[in-house]
Design a protein around this ligand. Structure first.
Ligand code: ADP
Ligand code: BMX
Ligand code: MG
Ligand code: CA
Length: 344
């Protein structure tokens, strides 16, 4: 070709299209708003498709319906505004909450005293009306199980159970790769497995539930009792002036430093949780149990020990792991949004 023709017909080389960069961009920017309502805290987070917690907001969970609803909407609105600046496209809102939840209707059917004024509540309508986004809801323990399945130790595991310790004890059961909800959305209320005929009073109105022995609240109650009797402090422990700030963590520290009373409380708690878990193994026979929440690492060894002593031979070989997720309930709330909005 002569030169003018060559100029006409020879295009500059087309830049190769790198699809992986586009996918990266989508995974970074497509996000969910996650809400988690617990016995103590109300959390909201912007979570990316990869499960990255882009930004997190924490407040005390208010005690009345009106103040709680108001705060949820305020925190969500703030997060939606922040998401714009953070270059996150919010696809929807996922809500994790204590209580029995009907996920199809977006309704909290019933709550124990752990969350007051939180029964027969349509949580979907006010949030979707205010934010103009689709809303998914499920129980917090169930959400924790979804998070383990998508991002945690439960990836690719067909049958597993998760127990999350916060103020109370939540549970989630994955059976044949699906969450089980039961006939009235009360399946996997694992905190209310009873391990004694009497035992300590539980926030649910019954007695002897594993939540009444081993939850953050149960241990805090015992820590306060020991503190009031001046039996908690041991040498090497930081000064505990105010009884209000005494928590489960102080009980664990005291036990580590050799406080026999604190050790006894924790032994009973670990035993109760372990026996509760043995009951779960005999009921649904999972291959894995994942413990999460602040107390998870502390409970792993005692639970393993009780399984060794009390489970049937066929249920002995299951694994007990501590979760490596930062906030399983929030991540699971986000996963409902990310999975449904991207499903084809
Ligand atoms: P919830 O979901 O029930 O609102 P969280 O999962 O935030 O609560 O856990 C709060 C519970 O865990 C409280 O009962 C508190 O005693 C205990 N807890 C959490 N973090 C700490 C900590 N750093 N030190 C002591 N206790 C803690
Ligand atoms: C209670 C119960 C469960 C919940 C669990 C963990 C209510 C309000 N809560 O057993 O539904 O999963 O607490 O909740 O009925 P958290 O407060 O410890 O996160
Ligand atoms: Mg919680
Ligand atoms: Ca549950």
């Amino acid at each position: 070709l002569d030169e003018p023709l060559q100029k006409t017909f020879c295009f500059p080389p087309v830049k190769e299209w790198d699809i992986s960069q586009d996918i990266d961009h989508i995974l970074e920017t497509q996000s969910a708003l996650a809400v988690d309502l617990g016995g103590t805290n109300l959390r909201v987070a912007i979570v990316s498709m990869r499960g990255k917690m882009v930004k997190k907001y924490t407040q005390a969970n208010p005690r009345t319906y009106e103040t709680r609803m108001e705060l949820i909407l305020k925190m969500c609105t703030e997060a939606v505004i922040d998401a714009v600046h953070l270059n996150c496209r919010i696809l929807g809102v996922g809500v994790s909450t204590g209580g029995r939840v009907n996920p199809q209707e977006g309704v909290i059917l019933h709550s124990t005293k752990l969350i007051q004024e939180w029964s027969s509540i349509d949580i979907r309508t006010p949030i979707s009306d205010a934010l103009h986004l689709p809303v998914w809801v499920d129980n917090d323990g169930n959400c924790a199980a979804l998070a383990e399945k998508k991002f945690g130790h439960g990836k690719g595991v067909e049958n597993f159970v998760t127990i999350i310790t916060g103020t109370g004890i939540g549970g989630g059961i994955i059976q044949h790769n699906e969450l089980i909800h039961g006939s009235t959305f009360c399946a996997a209320e694992l905190g209310h497995i009873m391990v004694s005929l009497d035992g300590p009073e539980c926030m649910c109105g019954s007695r002897g539930c594993i939540e009444a022995y081993a939850s953050g609240m149960a241990l805090q109650k015992e820590a306060k009792r020991l503190h009031d009797e001046e039996l908690l402090e041991v040498e090497g422990m930081v000064d505990l002036k105010k009884a209000e700030s005494v928590s489960a963590i102080h009980l664990i520290n005291a036990a580590r430093l050799g406080n026999r009373k604190a050790e006894a409380v924790l032994r009973t708690a670990g035993m109760a949780l372990g026996v509760g878990i043995v009951n779960i193994l005999h009921m649904v026979n999972p291959s894995l149990v994942i413990l999460s929440g602040v107390l998870a690492a502390h409970y792993q060894a005692p639970v393993q020990q009780v399984i060794g002593q009390r489970a049937l031979t066929s249920a002995q070989n299951i694994q007990v792991l501590t979760s490596d997720l930062e906030e399983p309930a929030l991540l699971g709330a986000a996963s409902m949004v990310l999975d449904y909005t991207t499903r084809r």
